[in-house]
Design a protein around this ligand. Structure first.
Ligand code: SDX
Length: 392
C-alpha cells in the first residue's frame, strides 16, 4: 500500500467490474455462460445461439433465433472497396494484424453504426458477427496468395466460413459434418471467459466512449500475444519442435523446469484455473475423434498426450497447479481441418467476438465511467533541466 493506493501488478487480485455474463470456478474447473454449463452448450447449442445467449442474456425462442440468424445472414458481405484493403497488405502477411485492421476499417464503412447510441451498437453488433468470418477468410486468402470468395448466404454460418476459406468458385466443396460441428464446438468454447486480457482491453477502450469497432479491434490485437490467444499457434510450433529435434517429452519438460531456459510449456497454466480447464477436456475428446478420421497429425497428438502425462506426473506442474488450458489441443484440430498455424488465433478471435461484444454492451449499459488505473511512481524526484552542451 502506498498512500491510499493498493499496488496490484497484473491485476492478480483486482476485480475491475461487476458482470452477469460468465461464471468461472477455477478451483473446480467450472465454466458457465449466463448460468449454462459449457458442457451443455458444447453438446447442444450452435455458435449463433450461444452468441445470442451471451449478448442478450437468455437463450432465444425459436422465433428470436430465426430473426437473429436472418439479421446476420443479411450482413455477411463487405463493401467492395474493402477488398482493396486486403490487396494492399503484403502477400503472406500474418492474418491476425490484417484481421484487426479489417475490423477497424469496417467502422469507416458504416457511419450508421460507428457511434455509441443503442441502435448504433445494435447495428455494429450484427455487422461484426456477420462480417468477421468474411474478414477472417479474406485475411487467410491474402496470407496464402489466393483470390477471395464472396459469402454464400444459402449456407450456415460455419459452412459459409469453411467455404470462404477452402472452397474455390470452380469446384464443388464437400462439407464434412464432423469437421463443421467440431469447428462450431470450438467457437462455442471460446465465446467468453470473463476478464481475460483481450476482454478487459475491450472494456478499457469502450470506457473512453470509443465505438464497438475500435474496442473489438483493440481486443483482437490483445488476443494475438503468445501468453493469450497466440498460444494456440505456439503450442503446435512447440510440438513440431519436439518432434523434429527428436528429444523426449521428459527432456523437454526438464528444459521447461529450468527457469533460466525461459522455455514455457505452451498451452499449460492459467491465471484462474488451478484445475483442468473444462474447455480443454472437451477439445481433447474432439481432437481424438477428428484426428482418428483425418489423421494428418496423429504424430503431434501423440506427442501432446505424452507431454501432458509427463507434465501432470511432475512435481513442478503439480505444485504450481499447471494444467492444460483451452489452447493445448485446439490447434491440432485446426490443423486437421487444413488451417495453417498462423490462422489459429484468428479462429480464436471469431469465437471470442460475441464475448467482447457482450462485455462492451454490458459496460455501456451499466457504467459511464472511464477506466483509469493509478500507478506508484518510482522515478526521479524533481531535477533541473540543463541544455545539451552543459550535460556531462
Ligand atoms: C488464454 O485469462 C484467460 O481467461 C485467458 C484464456 C481466455 O479464454 O481468454 O483462457 C485464453 O490466454 C489461455 C492461456 C494461454 N497461454 C499459454 O498457454 C502460455 C503458457 N502459459 C503461461 O505463460 C501462463 O500460465 C499464463 C500466462 C497462462 C498465466 O500466467 P500467470 O497467471 O501470470 O502465472 P505465472 O506466469 O505467474 O505462473 C506461476 C508459476 C511461475 O513459476 P514460479 O515463478 O512461481 O516458480 O507457474 C509457472 C511460472 O513460471 N508457469 C509455467 C507455465 N505457466 C506458469 N511454467 C512452465 N510452463 C508454463 N506454461
Amino acid at each position: 500500500e502506498t498512500g491510499n493506493l493498493f499496488l496490484d501488478p497484473a491485476f492478480v487480485n483486482t476485480a475491475s467490474c461487476d458482470s452477469r455474463i460468465t461464471y468461472i470456478d477455477g478451483d473446480n474447473g467450472v465454466l458457465r455462460y449466463r448460468g449454462y454449463p459449457i458442457e451443455q452448450l458444447a453438446t447442444h447449442s450452435t455458435y449463433l445461439e450461444t452468441a445470442y445467449l451471451v449478448i442478450y442474456g437468455d437463450l432465444p425462442s425459436a422465433a428470436e433465433l430465426k430473426t437473429f440468424e436472418e439479421r446476420i445472414r443479411r450482413s455477411t458481405l463487405i463493401d467492395e472497396r474493402m477488398r482493396d484493403l486486403f490487396r494492399c497488405f503484403p502477400r503472406r502477411s500474418h492474418p491476425m494484424p490484417v484481421l484487426a485492421a479489417g475490423v477497424m476499417a469496417l467502422s469507416t464503412f458504416s457511419e450508421k453504426s460507428a457511434g455509441i447510441e443503442p441502435d448504433q451498437v445494435e447495428n455494429a453488433t450484427d455487422r461484426l458477427i456477420a462480417k468477421m468470418p468474411t474478414l477472417a477468410a479474406f485475411s487467410y486468402k491474402n496470407s496464402v496468395g489466393q483470390p477471395t470468395l464472396y459469402p454464400d448466404n444459402s449456407l450456415s454460418y460455419i459452412e459459409n466460413f469453411i467455404r470462404m476459406s477452402f472452397g474455390f468458385p470452380t469446384e464443388a466443396y464437400e462439407f464434412n459434418d464432423e469437421i463443421t460441428r467440431a469447428l462450431e464446438v470450438l467457437l462455442i468454447l471460446h465465446v467468453d471467459h470473463e476478464q481475460n486480457c483481450s476482454t478487459s482491453t475491450v472494456r478499457m477502450v469502450g470506457s473512453s466512449g470509443a465505438n464497438l469497432y475500435s474496442a473489438v479491434s483493440a481486443g483482437t490485437n490483445a488476443l494475438s500475444g503468445p501468453k493469450h490467444g497466440g498460444a494456440n499457434q505456439a503450442v503446435i510450433e512447440m510440438l513440431q519442435g519436439i518432434r523434429d529435434s527428436g528429444m523426449s517429452t521428459r527432456e523437454f519438460v526438464s528444459q521447461v523446469k529450468d527457469h533460466k531456459s525461459n522455455v514455457k510449456l505452451m498451452g499449460f497454466g492459467h491465471r484462474i484455473y488451478k484445475n483442468y480447464d473444462p474447455r480443454a477436456a472437451i477439445i481433447k475428446e474432439h481432437a481424438d475423434n477428428i484426428l482418428k478420421l483425418h489423421s494428418g497429425r496423429q504424430d503431434l497428438l501423440e506427442i501432446a498426450q505424452e507431454l501432458e502425462e509427463t507434465a501432470m506426473s511432475d512435481d513442478y506442474f503439480r505444485e504450481r497447479k499447471l494444467y492444460p488450458n483451452v489452447d493445448f489441443y485446439s490447434g491440432l484440430i485446426y490443423e486437421a481441418m487444413g488451417f495453417p498455424v498462423n490462422m489459429f488465433t484468428v479462429l480464436f478471435a471469431i469465437g471470442r467476438l460475441p464475448g467482447w461484444i457482450a462485455h462492451y454492451r454490458e459496460q455501456l449499459a451499466t457504467s459511464n465511467k472511464i477506466w483509469r488505473p493509478r500507478q506508484i511512481y518510482t522515478g526521479e524526484q524533481e531535477r533541473a533541466y540543463r541544455p545539451v552542451d552543459l550535460r556531462p
